[in-house]
Design a protein around this ligand. Structure first.
Ligand SMILES: [Zn+2]
Length: 199
């Protein structure tokens, strides 16, 4: 990877042998490996010993989880907050594991919509809850830094399964708790669009 970065620096019109850039290929490689470490993470290992059988069926919410990801169209960051809720049927996930789960999928090349779905689908598949909802709000630097004016650089995406999809009352309770009434399925317009990869 370091050779590629050196080549990139030359193509950008830089001199990779000047002092400030000497160690840049090494640093960039290290940074990219960390930012894409989710490819090598094992979900079952992340959740290991943190799935508990309980007699509890109230909504569990973890909100304002910070996340940082890379737009797969431009390799530029998008970042913001993730809110997760589920209604257990027989199992719960240890609360500290939810942000870890978000990181596993965020530390890959992503589009915000797929990232949102992967988090929701994984919770659904691992503990079969009565419902699961994930809402993500993010700023896309590929939009804001490049001055793309025709779309908003702030995007809201959501994925809802089970009770959050079938019951508007459950959905509204969740959205009220995260103070985001506009984020209902199919209503991405409320927060603009994520990167559309058109240029
Ligand atoms: Zn992009």
């Amino acid at each position: 990877m370091q050779d590629l970065i050196r080549k990139l620096l030359v193509d950008l019109g830089e001199d990779p042998s000047r002092e400030g850039l000497l160690d840049t290929p090494k640093r960039v490689e290290k940074a990219y490996k960390f930012l894409t470490s989710g490819y090598h993470a094992d979900i079952d290992r992340v959740l290991n010993n943190a799935l508990f059988t309980v007699d509890y069926s109230e909504m569990v919410i973890v909100k304002d989880i910070d996340f940082y990801s890379l737009c797969e169209h431009h390799l530029l960051p998008f970042f913001g907050k993730c809110h997760v809720a589920y209604i257990p049927s027989t199992k719960v996930i240890g609360l500290s594991k939810i942000p870890r789960l978000v990181d596993v999928f965020a530390r890959r090349l992503q589009v915000q919509e797929r990232l949102t779905n992967q988090i929701a689908d994984t919770i659904r598949d691992k503990i079969a809850p009565l419902g699961v909802a994930v809402v993500m709000e993010a700023t896309h630097l590929c939009m804001s830094m490049r001055g793309v004016e025709k779309q908003n650089s702030f995007a809201v995406t959501s994925a809802m399964h089970g009770a959050f999809r079938t019951s508007s009352r459950t959905r509204m309770e969740f959205l009220e708790l995260i103070k985001l009434r506009s984020a209902v399925p199919g209503l991405r317009e409320a927060g603009g669009y994520a990167c559309l990869a058109d240029e």
